[in-house]
Design a protein around this ligand. Structure first.
Ligand code: MN
Length: 231
């Protein structure tokens, strides 16, 4: 087949301890999935159904090794959000909660980096969040750990430090909507496909980083990521 322009590169994630990569199809993100973060964003953490937004595939950065990302354009408030990332290996639609974890390939530590000023301006004007959330290299993600090796973490410390100072510290047991519930809910709106990622939301403590800052995120059992902001 002759292509009119160069095809986009495949985005992949490292798989811990395996000589294979995980090809990324789409990136879904859950909004406000920890009560304390919903409150810090000025919202009521009632258990409303989860809501989702997306990042483009070129948001994904393989952060299995220490890496760096550019400070993005058109913002003065570039935030870190440390998150548990779920990788889907078996597609499906209308997946019941009881079967949802059977569709999960593995888990990783990831950052949903955010142009907070653009996000909040869009939110307050009733516009889409896209420019706040969906931009190149806005999702550095560490090595995937396969569920068949580590199981499905329901309780694990999740932390983020900037330049060695604690910024975010919580536990994935505080997710308002569990991984299984997120998979089930999302699959009612959109048929899940192998290669899809779900970023499950961030705990409280989100804040700005500037050029030169070093973000170090970790989830117990999933290792850590080290991402420097270029500048
Ligand atoms: Mn997020």
């Amino acid at each position: 087949m002759k292509l009119a322009v160069e095809a986009p590169p495949l985005r992949t994630l490292t798989v811990a301890g395996r000589d294979e990569k995980f090809p990324v199809r789409r990136v879904f993100c859950v909004g406000r999935n920890y009560a304390a973060h919903a409150r810090e964003m000025g919202k009521d953490p009632d258990r409303e159904p989860p809501f989702f937004f997306m990042k483009p595939t070129n948001a994904v950065v393989d952060a299995a090794r220490p890496t760096s990302v550019p400070y993005p354009p058109k913002t003065k408030d570039y935030h870190h959000e440390i998150e548990l990332v779920v990788a889907i290996d078996k597609g499906g639609r209308d997946i019941p909660v009881s079967e949802a974890l059977g569709h999960v390939y593995g888990y990783a530590v990831g950052l949903d980096t955010t142009r907070r000023d653009l996000q909040l301006e869009a939110r307050d004007k009733g516009r889409p969040w896209e420019f706040g959330k969906s931009f190149a290299q806005s999702a550095p993600i560490g090595a995937l750990h396969r569920a068949q090796e580590i199981g499905h973490p329901s309780s694990a410390a999740i932390t983020l430090q900037v330049n060695g100072q604690a910024r975010q510290s919580s536990d994935v047991d505080k997710l308002i909507w569990s991984v299984a519930e997120c998979v089930a809910c999302l699959s009612a709106y959109e048929t899940l496909e192998p290669g899809d990622l779900i970023m499950t939301g961030t705990p409280e403590g989100v804040n700005a980083v500037v050029a030169g800052d070093l973000m170090r995120g970790a989830i117990a059992g999933l290792g850590e990521i080290e991402v420097r902001v270029e500048g």
